[in-house]
Structure formats: C-alpha cells, structure tokens
Design a binder for this molecule. Structure first.
Ligand code: ADP
Ligand code: MG
Length: 263
C-alpha cells in the first residue's frame, strides 16, 4: 500500500461554521510599495464563503504579493483586508491566531525537512492550537489517510515525491481547521505527472465548500471549479469575472493576450 490516492470522506470536518453568503475575504483598495516600486495598485475584491477564486496573470504582476497580504505575510501601506471579520493589519490582531485560520500552500512544499510527516502534521496544532499530542496525531493521520498517504506517516519529506509532499502540505494546512485556504502556484514546481494528484485534492476541497483563493495557471482547474477568475497585470486587478465571462469573452485586451498565450 504505497500511495492510495485521494480517499472518500470529508477533508474539512471540524471547520468552524460561518453563515452562508458571509464575506470571508474582503480586499478593499489595497496599495503596496516595495520601497519606491509600487507592486499593488488599488486592488479590491471579495471572496464569499465557499467561493473558489482563481488568480492568474503574467509573472511579476503581483499575484503572490496580493495573497501574502491576505494573511499578513506582507504588510501593505494603503487599504484594508478583512478575513472572517478580522482586520489583518490592525495592531490588536493576533497574527498567529489569524494565520492558523488561513491555510497557505506555496509552490515549494515547505515541509520541515528534519521532521517526520506525522511531526509536520502535528507541530502547529500542538504549538498554536494547544491540542494534545493525541488529538493532533489523530487529526493529522486522518487527513493524511484522506489524501492517500496514510502509509507514509513515519517518513521524512525527502523520502516522498513532490506531489506527495504537496498533498502533505495541504493536509497540514487543513489540520488547523482553516476557514480559508490560499494556494500560490501549488503545482508549478511539480513534474507534470504529479500535477493531477494535487489538483484532485484541491477539487475535492472546493466541492466540500472550502473558501479558496488559488494562484494558478492551471486553466483546466479554473474551468472545473472556479466561481470567479481574477486577472492581474502590473499590480492591478484588471478583470474580476465569473469563469464563464472570463473564458467566454475577457473584456480587456491584456487578459485576451494572456489567455491566447496559455490556452
Ligand atoms: P507574481 O506572483 O505575479 O509573479 P509577485 O507578487 O511575486 O508577482 O511580484 C510582483 C512584483 O514585485 C515583481 O516585479 C517582483 O519583482 C516584485 N517583488 C516581489 N517581492 C519583492 C520584494 N521582496 N522586494 C522588492 N520587489 C519585490
Ligand atoms: Mg508568484
């Protein structure tokens, strides 16, 4: 029993309930500078509970910066972002607590290389959420089984393939019972044959109603599960459309050019 693939069952049991239709992420007129360089210009969008929003656009357009602002990994100088009612840049905001509710999966898997898969899955549950070792292990191993990797709990990240490590990274984020999941090009560092197994987990998450912001160029994923597509260029949100509108007839020439290159 090596890699069982995605198992049936819920990935998001135990996630705090919020009212349907509630705005989970409100990005309100964000501008950000790196020194003199303006990286984001007046970006505004909202993500409702259960919505899946794909963010695309050319390299350097500010996609990573925008989603890092959502969990305050990057500060911004103007505007406001609210996640599940918490203003991310407020001085009174408890950042570790906020980040524990906002799951983040990056391009590079960023598992702790010196910890086993089980330890990777449990450390933040124990340190941040103060769960007991037993509870954290139960939650972590349950999610590991759900992403098809139950047989690998004792291994170290380096013993797994890139696709497997990325599935562990998703399970690790989900173990914290996040209300929102952010993905930054989660499949772009993977060998092509491993992309599908990671997208399968993300599709399942979307189907279960997780609120997701996903930076990706996987337009097949966008067509399948996105509710909306945001197109960024040079630090601006140039389009924010339903996927039907976006793929049917993008309004801007910049989005049309981008799509003609990647489709
Ligand atoms: P994307 O994810 O769309 O490729 P990024 O958000 O990574 O874009 O970067 C947007 C722009 O900001 C790029 O021009 C990049 O060079 C610049 N940038 C990113 N991080 C930094 C930083 N820490 N300091 C200065 N410039 C940065
Ligand atoms: Mg990026």
């Amino acid at each position: 029993p090596k890699d069982a693939g995605l198992q049936a069952g819920t990935l998001i049991s135990g996630t705090p309930k919020v009212a349907p239709g509630e705005t989970m992420i409100a990005i309100d007129a964000i501008s950000k500078w790196y020194g003199e360089f303006q990286v984001l210009t007046n970006c505004t969008t909202q993500v409702a509970k259960g919505e899946v929003v794909v963010v695309c656009g050319p390299s350097g357009s500010g996609k990573s910066t925008l989603i890092k602002c959502v969990n305050a990994l990057e500060p911004f100088q103007k505007g406001q972002i609210t996640v599940a009612g918490t203003k991310v840049m407020d001085k009174s905001t408890n950042l570790p607590k906020l980040r524990s509710r906002v799951g983040m999966v990056f391009q590079h898997f960023e598992l702790f290389p010196h910890l086993t898969i089980t330890e990777n899955l449990t450390i933040a549950q124990r340190k941040v959420l103060k769960r007991s070792a037993e509870d954290a292990k139960k939650r972590g191993l349950d999610l590991l089984a759900r992403v098809g990797l139950g047989a690998h709990a004792h291994k170290y990240p380096g013993q797994l393939s890139g696709g497997q490590q990325q599935r562990v990274a998703i399970a690790r984020a989900l173990a914290m019972n996040p209300v929102v999941m952010l993905f930054d090009e989660p499949t772009s560092a993977l060998d092509p044959e491993m992309v599908g197994e990671v997208l399968d987990v993300m599709v399942e998450l979307a189907k279960e109603g997780m609120t997701m912001m996903v930076v990706t160029h996987e337009m097949g994923f966008a067509r399948k599960v996105a509710d909306r597509v945001i197109f960024m260029d040079r630090g601006e949100i140039v389009e924010d459309a339903t996927k039907e509108e976006f793929f049917g007839s993008p309004r801007s020439e910049r989005a049309q050019t981008f799509l003609s290159k990647i489709l």
